[in-house]
Design a protein. Structure first.
Length: 365
């Protein structure tokens, strides 16, 4: 993480707690047995570079506190991830950080964590249906959906009246087993629904309910297949003007289907396609003029915030929090620290991503 990014997060946490982070990080890094404290980090998959970066960032930040770490990836298999967490507990970790594959499968294993007095942080994806989650570290997921939908309607000219509808749009949602999906969906639909009701936006498939548009594991090929089906079924004699996509990997699949159907030529331009996570392939797509937008979430900042959360809990202190109302997991409202996402398009990607050090100029062609 750049010094500027670390300073920004450190200042935010310090403001919330009204204490210096230097004092916080000066605590002993030993567990209850006097040995170096150990943290188990459970990540969902290596199929996305984003999650590879998250895991490594977490391990690096915790190492900076003097902790040892065990980092595991679950290959998008919920049973595998539960087994990994169980093994971490058996090895005697002092804290757990879990980015879940399926947020609903941890009740039994986290009951064991509670019994062993091992604190649990839900990382980016909220763990559901158990009271044994101590804190949640994520981004403002409602704002993510708002940024995507705002970009779509502004890009079509509906906000400033520069273009007249109606415009054809199709909607995609993330994985049904990821709690973030419903927040992205809810916020985006709050923006889009008035335009759908007025007829300025037309969803020709009629699929506007979240259950109709979810994409298991956020899978790009799955999104590509659905986009192909929509184009074949509902757009044989119509052009599509915009696609709400909640994640970059899905966006690339959607764009692949669109190009297969002749979009991307001077006479048939690609529709506006949104995204999330600012992954390198999608930023390259954005530079090339294909994907129109993504939502940047600086996972370096999230790793830093989470590391401070872990350090606080290991030493029986209350971590920095800025949301204690929004995230109900079905058993409790999980106190959270939320970071701000940023909308990125071709006009600002250099300033937001390259200048901040999140991506290197050499990452892009």
């Amino acid at each position: 993480m750049s010094m500027r990014a670390r300073t920004t997060v450190a200042a935010a946490i310090s403001t919330v707690l009204s204490i210096s982070l230097t004092a916080c990080s000066g605590d002993s890094d030993t567990g209850s047995d006097g040995k170096a404290a150990s943290v188990g980090i459970a990540m969902p998959t290596k199929t996305s570079q984003r999650w590879i970066n998250d895991g490594q960032n977490m391990a690096d930040e915790l190492k900076g506190f003097g902790y040892t770490t065990t980092l595991k990836y679950a290959d998008n298999d919920p049973k595998n991830q539960v087994a990994q967490v169980e093994a971490m507990l058996e090895s005697g970790v002092d804290a757990l950080v879990i980015a879940s594959v399926d947020g609903k499968v941890f009740n039994d294993v986290l009951a064991k964590a509670k019994a062993a007095d091992v604190p649990v942080i839900s990382y980016d994806r909220l763990i559901l249906g158990t009271p044994n989650v101590d804190y949640y570290a994520s981004f403002d997921n409602l704002k993510v959906g708002t940024l995507q939908a705002d970009f779509l309607v502004e890009g079509l000219g509906l906000v400033n009246g520069s273009r007249k509808g109606p415009f054809n749009v199709e909607l995609f949602a993330g994985s049904a087993d990821d709690n973030n999906t419903r927040y992205f969906y809810r916020a985006s639909m709050e923006v889009l629904e008035p335009y759908i009701q007025s007829g300025d936006l037309i969803v020709r498939s009629g699929e506007t309910e979240m259950k109709e548009m979810t994409t298991l594991r956020w899978d790009g090929p799955t999104a590509e297949r659905r986009m192909n089906k929509l184009l074949d079924t509902d757009y044989a004699d119509q052009d599509i003007d915009a696609v709400l996509s909640p994640y970059d990997g899905m966006s690339l699949g959607i764009i692949k289907a669109l190009k297969k159907h002749g979009y991307g030529s001077p006479g048939k331009p690609l529709p506006i396609v949104t995204g999330q996570d600012a992954e390198v392939p999608s930023i390259q797509s954005l530079v090339d003029g294909d994907q129109a937008q993504t939502v940047y979430k600086d996972t370096r900042e999230l790793a830093l915030v989470t590391a401070y959360m872990v350090n606080s809990m290991v030493h029986d202190n209350k971590p920095a929090l800025n949301d204690t109302r929004t995230y109900n997991n079905g058993k409790k409202v999980v106190p959270a620290y939320l970071l701000e996402p940023v909308s990125v398009d071709k006009s600002n990607y250099k300033q937001v991503l390259i200048d901040s050090g999140y991506l290197k100029k050499s990452d892009l062609d």
